[in-house]
Design a protein around this ligand. Structure first.
Ligand SMILES: *[C@@H]1O[C@H](CO)[C@@H](O)[C@H](O)[C@H]1NC(C)=O
Ligand SMILES: *[C@@H]1O[C@H](CO)[C@@H](O)[C@H](O)[C@H]1NC(C)=O
Length: 434
């Protein structure tokens, strides 16, 4: 059996939440502090009579990740995709982007959000949650209050989280594991036994608003961070969870945002924008309940390094990215710095290795938005140039789309998801590339 994998690389969500849920109990600010993140996400699914399973899986470096599964639509509808596969349900795996969680694919509800649409269509839908987000804060030996819990960026997500989640999904699909809610739950268990997911078991992938090469990021907060030396950033924010200052949360918490969610969201989405024309603005407070879902300072620093390619000329000490490349995290060359980390120790070389985008063989649909402050159309073009010939089967750009519209857009179903469904089913879209 092969998986139909829907890898949404980089749908970013905002950076600062006025109503963030400090589930780790470090804040005295919120009234929602004790709300269970899992119950909160489940409240997006179960009231609509969709089945929901929770699977916990442990990476080989100890992180306990939460996989959500909507194995089928209401009353087990088979849908078009099921029919295509002789009645069996093909697997669709949805992966959120920076500072988001599985909730991003659910917040607009049945008929609008992609996870429900895929379930209705006959897919066995799995939703990943990367380390450090509100649903994946477990570890075999480390607590989120420990700085060592947070020493990773998207390199580790790629090296550990994706393969572990993918293997789990593959094994469940092979076993035909349907089961009731909670079936297959294995909290705190070791890495899944059996074969690891291979790239050729991913039949095709859709990249929505992908950030790989990033020379045209116009997100102001990321550019501001990019102007900072990575070590300065660590000195300022520490080596742990990425959080806005407590004062800032305090100022935004409660009154202002309850009274003026629109104002708050405008501020929050300064990192990853949205186009109000594409949104049901009345839903903004709901989005705020789920985003941001948390990440590490090191991950934000990695993003800032990507953006630093833009500003490299401004400050000599910025570790600028080479053009048209996607690089591993740059630990710098100062092994005597207070962090005790450097490229020589980490990689055995002075510069971080590059990702080899030409090695991608999975047929891709690549969808960008003209208004995107993070995945700028020009950068997506550079990404396409970096891929091997014929890998991108569908290339599409949405003129009115900014970054968050890909998951929040009330018109996403018509403008975007219909093409996603067609591509997943047939490997083709309306603008098939020769
Ligand atoms: C469905 O069944 C037909 C006839 O048995 C077969 O030719 C086809 O390959 C099957 N399709 C899939 C996706 O398994
Ligand atoms: C990247 O991958 C391609 C395809 O696997 C390979 O031919 C090429 O040598 C690789 N490039 C580098 C720099 O490793």
């Amino acid at each position: 059996m092969r998986l139909v994998c829907l890898a949404i690389a980089c749908v970013l969500t905002p950076i600062v939440s006025a109503v963030r849920e400090p589930a780790w109990g470090r804040s005295k600010l919120g009234t929602v502090a004790n709300e269970d993140p899992l119950a909160k996400v489940a409240s997006l699914v179960t009231p609509y009579n969709y089945p929901l399973q929770v699977h916990n899986v442990q990476t080989s470096d100890g992180f306990i990740l939460t996989l959500l599964r909507i194995p089928h639509g209401i009353e087990g509808t088979r849908g078009a995709a099921g029919a295509l596969h002789n009645g069996s349900r093909p697997v669709a795996f949805l992966q959120h982007g920076l500072l988001d969680s599985a909730a991003g694919f659910l917040v607009n509800g049945p008929g609008e959000s992609l996870a429900f649409i895929l379930a209705d269509e006959g897919y066995d839908v799995w939703l990943g949650n990367m380390r450090g987000n509100s649903l994946s804060r477990g570890h075999a030996s480390l607590d989120p209050s420990d700085a060592r819990f947070w020493q990773w960026s998207y390199d580790e997500m790629a090296a550990y989280d994706m393969p572990t989640m993918g293997t789990t999904v593959l094994l469940a699909a092979l076993a035909g594991a349907g089961g009731s809610s909670g079936a297959g739950k294995r909290s705190g268990s070791g890495p899944p036994p059996g074969p690891a997911l291979r790239a050729d078991e991913i039949e095709r992938a859709v990249l929505m608003a992908p950030v790989a090469v990033a020379k045209h990021i116009s997100s102001i907060p990321l550019l501001a961070m990019a102007a900072m030396n990575t070590d300065d950033m660590f000195s300022l924010m520490g080596l742990h969870e990425f959080l806005p200052s407590q004062e800032l949360i305090a100022a935004l918490e409660g009154r202002l945002c309850v009274a003026q969610p629109y104002l708050c969201v405008s501020f929050l989405t300064s990192i990853a924008g949205y186009n109000p024309d594409n949104l049901d603005n009345a839903r903004l407070p709901i989005y705020l309940r789920f985003t941001p879902a948390g990440t590490s300072v090191q991950n934000m620093a990695h993003w800032a390094q990507v953006a630093a390619g833009v500003w490299g000329f401004v400050r000599r000490n910025v570790r600028a990215r080479a053009p048209n490349t996607m690089s591993f995290f740059d630990y710098g060359t100062d092994c005597a710095s207070w962090t005790g980390r450097c490229n020589q120790l980490q990689y055995g070389r002075m510069t971080p290795p590059l990702y080899n985008l030409t090695a991608i063989r999975t047929p891709l649909a690549v969808i960008s938005g003209s208004q995107d402050t993070l995945a700028a159309p020009l950068d997506v073009e550079y990404l396409l140039e970096s891929l091997g010939p014929g890998v991108a089967k569908l290339v599409k750009n949405l003129d009115s789309y900014d970054h968050l519209d890909f998951i929040w857009g009330i018109n996403a179903k018509d403008l975007l998801y219909s093409d996603v469904l067609r591509f997943l089913a047939t490997g083709q879209g309306p603008d098939v590339q020769a």
